[in-house]
Design a protein around this ligand. Structure first.
Ligand code: CP
Ligand code: NVA
Length: 312
């Protein structure tokens, strides 16, 4: 069922129905075509997006900022260190005040409870630009990319994610299972996705007819997969665990040998930034199966659709 999307928050894909996600992907494809054909699409003329960053970013920051400009709107980069929030102003006051100035707030932060609190006190849509728990804008762009590369029939495809059961894995699990795509997450024990996210994905799968598999066996995980996906082994905020994780995750690297086990037409995805020689080899990242640059570009098209729907 498609509910009115105007005014809603976007904290997790779980809050959106399969039909709503498809509608977002359709609009993203349409806006991408318009941009390529230089057709004006000022769906957010006169609107402003505030973007709060508590962590670094290249893709998220630039794709939101440029996307907003292409939609005829304006965006503000707000580093949390330079906001009063960095000096202890409560989140609720920040949310309420920003809501008086801007038409939407995008935030990248640590604890997911932080964005939930912001959303509770904001009277404009709040968009999740990554928390420790989820990265739903990434998953939206990932689904758009898979649809472009593998054709419009998503149900029945299989995606295998190798590496840390992190925010990117969580959102990918929810997005895939909403749309009928089988998802396998392959990670060392102790780094598996959170049980509550797994159970949400399994419930989605019951409705959409897709399955969720969690394993620590890379060879079994990639067998026949249509998509191989990975992300950095140490996420932002886990820098001190980097060396330890390098040793633990070594068998989960996407390399030529592992890629040979997947479907011969399998594509390779990575949300970026990538650490060559760790979670993925240089050859595979740069190879002809890799779609990482299209995937990064699609962040902008997907987020433009999202902003147009929530704020337009
Ligand atoms: N994939 C992604 O979110 O990249 P940034 O950290 O550069 O925004
Ligand atoms: N899992 C990574 C994603 C970066 C885009 C992180 O949270 O740092």
């Amino acid at each position: 069922m498609i509910k009115e999307m105007y005014g809603r928050h976007f904290l997790t894909l779980q809050d959106y129905s399969p039909e709503e996600i498809i509608a977002l992907l359709d609009l993203a494809a349409e806006l991408k075509r318009k941009l390529q054909q230089k057709e004006q699409h000022h769906l957010l003329a006169g609107k402003t997006l505030g973007m709060i960053f508590k962590k670094p970013s290249t893709r998220t920051r630039v794709s939101f900022e440029v996307g907003m400009w292409q939609l005829g709107g304006h965006s503000l980069f707000l580093s949390s260190q330079e906001l009063q929030i960095g000096r202890g102003e409560p989140v609720r006051d920040t949310a309420a005040v920003l809501s008086r100035y801007v038409d939407g707030i995008m935030i990248r932060t640590f604890a997911h409870s932080g964005i939930e609190e912001l959303a509770r006190h904001a009277t404009v849509p709040v968009i999740n630009g990554l928390t420790d728990l989820y990265h739903p804008c990434q998953a939206l762009a990932d689904l758009l990319t898979i649809r472009e590369k593998k054709g419009s029939i998503l149900p029945g495809l299989s995606v295998t994610y190798l590496g840390d059961g992190n925010n990117v894995a969580h959102s990918l699990m929810l997005g895939c299972t909403k749309l009928g795509i089988h998802i396998t997450v392959c990670a060392p024990k102790g780094y598996w996705p959170l049980p509550e996210v797994r159970s949400k994905a399994e419930k989605n799968g019951v409705v959409s007819g897709s399955s969720v598999m969690i394993t620590d066996d890379p060879l079994a995980a990639v067998k026949g997969a249509d998509v191989l996906y990975t992300d950095a082994w140490a996420s932002m905020g886990q820098e001190q665990e980097k060396q330890e994780r390098k040793n633990i995750f070594a068998p989960y690297q996407i390399n030529e040998t592992l890629l040979m086990q997947a479907d011969p037409r399998a594509i390779v995805m990575h949300c970026l930034p990538a650490y060559r020689g760790e979670e993925i080899t240089n050859d595979v990242l740069e190879g002809n199966r890799s779609v990482v640059l299209d995937q990064a570009e699609n962040r902008m098209h997907a987020q433009k659709a999202l902003m147009a729907m929530l704020m337009g």
